[in-house]
Design a protein around this ligand. Structure first.
Ligand code: MLT
Length: 387
């Protein structure tokens, strides 16, 4: 029996994939697994049984990743599951920045009682005119699941697209349209592009990357789009740039007191992934990841532990060990197993940064003492025996 707790509403389409042996609990402290969307978990004390947190979404800045790793809790996200929803809103954001669609709609609402509205509209409309996207230069910073979709969609709209990502994955590179130009530096994006959209994770290294220097390199009247995370853009720099007119529009999916109401800011209440399809996809992926880990110990799409997949253990018994990435761990594990005369049928060890994961399949029963013997090894953070 596995106990799970949902922070936020998680789509029933995903929860429907939980089998009868998964039971919801009313206190997160009792859970083996947590499913979460945007609830902040930084101040939360985790229960001793908690083994997995699956974030239905891409960003994981609401979860204390290092603390989870240290407590033997594997954190997953759902890369790509909501990418199409976000991509569509980014395209909408570019259109909203190019033509005063909102101003025009507001004008109609303000004049709804006017019996002469059709004629008046023809006079008023020049106030809301704009420009087209076709032929404009778009810079995409970050070519992960969302960045690639945005870049490809923009080429289909006839934009001249520049992509920048020093860490682009092979998978993303395959998916990227050949029409997207390779920018050799982020400065090239800043200095060349009419529209600049950021699709990088919120990390210490990316925090405030759009600052006064970056804005200084940009073209006069540029449009900046941020559907990734608010902290990527320095508030003071962007507000100053809007006030001076250097940045014509800042389209952001993250309302903050600093940006809401500033002229030129187009602020959306974090709707990028708020589509039925994205919510269903994220929930399905999060549930699948949680189940694969709880039932088989397999890790796919973790953000604090390495990916590691040994499929189904078949007739074997499985031992999984989360540990620090330090020397001589495998030797010590095999000493424990050989002491009890256990035969290793299969084994994998992977590491990610300071943490590592070892999965061992043995073809005999596992004595009860093994868990404590393994936990006694310095650097071992959690041991699970899966039968
Ligand atoms: C994400 O991180 O996936 C998006 O910002 C949407 C969300 O937070 O749910």
């Amino acid at each position: 029996m596995y106990k799970y707790y949902c922070y936020n509403a998680i789509s029933d389409v995903g929860l429907g994939n939980l089998t009868y042996d998964y039971v919801p609990v009313s206190d997160a402290k009792d859970a083996d697994g947590i499913l979460v969307r945007s609830a902040g978990l930084h101040d939360m004390e985790f229960g001793k049984n908690l083994k997995v947190i699956a974030r239905a979404g891409a960003g994981v800045n609401n979860i204390p990743l290092d603390r989870c790793a240290e407590e033997g809790i594997v954190v997953f996200n759902t890369p790509g599951a909501n990418a199409n929803g976000v991509k569509e809103l980014v395209i909408a954001g570019m259109l909203l920045a190019s033509r005063d669609i909102v101003g025009g709609i507001n004008w109609v609402q303000e004049n709804e009682e006017d019996g002469n509205i059709a004629k008046e509209a023809e006079k008023a409309k020049k106030k809301f005119a704009g420009c087209e996207l076709e032929g404009k230069k778009l810079g995409v910073i970050g070519l992960g699941a969302i960045g690639v979709l945005v870049a490809n969609a923009a080429t289909n709209l006839g934009m001249d697209v520049y992509g920048y990502d020093p860490y682009v994955s092979v998978d993303s590179a395959w998916k990227l349209s050949r029409s997207v130009r390779h920018a050799r530096s982020v400065d090239e994006i800043y200095s060349e592009c009419d529209y600049i959209t950021i699709h990088v994770p919120a990390l210490d290294s990316t925090k405030g990357m759009i600052d006064a220097n970056a804005v200084g390199l940009m073209k006069q009247g540029v449009v900046v789009l941020n559907f990734a995370r608010d902290i990527l853009v320095n508030s003071e720099a962007i507000v100053d740039a809007l006030v001076s007119g250097k940045v014509k529009h800042y389209v952001t999916d993250f309302p903050t007191p600093e940006i809401a109401g500033v002229k030129g800011a187009i602020v959306i209440p974090h709707l990028g992934a708020s589509t039925e399809e994205a919510e269903d996809n994220c929930a399905k992926m999060a549930v699948k990841e949680m189940r694969n880990y709880l039932e088989y110990g397999n890790i796919k799409n973790s953000v604090n532990y390495p990916n590691c997949d040994m499929g189904h253990p078949g007739e074997n018994k499985r031992i999984t060990i989360l540990h620090q990435n330090i020397p001589n761990m495998i030797g010590q594990f095999s000493n424990v197993l050989s002491k009890d005369n256990m035969n290793i049928a299969d084994m994998t060890n992977k590491s990610k940064g300071g943490y590592a994961y070892t999965m061992i399949d043995v073809d005999s029963d596992i004595p009860k003492t093994v868990t404590n013997d393994l936990l006694g090894i310095k650097g071992v953070l959690r041991v699970r025996i899966l039968n």
